[in-house]
Design a binder for this molecule. Structure first.
Ligand code: SF4
Length: 157
């Protein structure tokens, strides 16, 4: 039953990563749907609906590291449209393991430079916090479920 109470407007985004935390998130939805359906509105989450709206978000969860200039622009746009930004998983928090190329030798870096140039990739893969303010972090690879639930519950009214 919809109680009519204001729902938390939620977004879920993925950048460079394997998206395993997204899979974990959808599994959590199966378990917690009854408890969340009157409290949360998934406004922008490609995994749940094809057409989202990045506007007036209360909280966003972002997995993955930032590897290219277009991603920086999108990340900044997300930041402008949300009250709370949560980095999800090791890649978003530390850039690793998705940022493996950061550990390449100069010779290896030379070999992949044409790809870096072609796709406007950054010289180094970076965590979210290199470009925007991060309010909460959920570490783990994939994310730690318990910490995720704790962070979400903190903002559910
Ligand atoms: S933190 Fe681990 S599970 Fe999450 S995107 Fe990165 S590699 Fe995949």
């Amino acid at each position: 039953m919809d109680t009519g109470a204001k729902k938390l407007r939620v977004g879920w985004y993925s950048f460079t990563c394997c998206e395993d935390s997204t899979i974990l998130f959808t599994e959590l939805l199966n378990t917690h749907w009854d408890e969340w359906k009157d409290k949360i509105e998934f406004v922008d989450a490609r995994v749940l609906k094809t057409k989202g709206e990045m506007k007036n978000l209360d909280i966003v969860f972002i997995e993955g590291a930032i590897a290219g200039t277009e991603q920086i622009a999108k990340l900044k746009k997300i930041r402008e449209n949300t009250k709370v930004l949560v980095a999800i998983g090791a890649c978003a928090v530390t850039a690793m393991p998705s940022g493996w190329r950061n550990t390449f030798t100069p010779e290896q870096k030379q070999e992949i430079q044409f790809l870096v140039d072609r796709f406007s990739h950054l010289p180094k893969v970076e965590p979210l916090s290199a470009f925007v303010k991060v309010d909460e972090i959920v570490s783990g690879c994939p994310m730690d479920e318990g910490t995720f639930l704790k962070v979400l519950n903190k903002y559910i009214t």
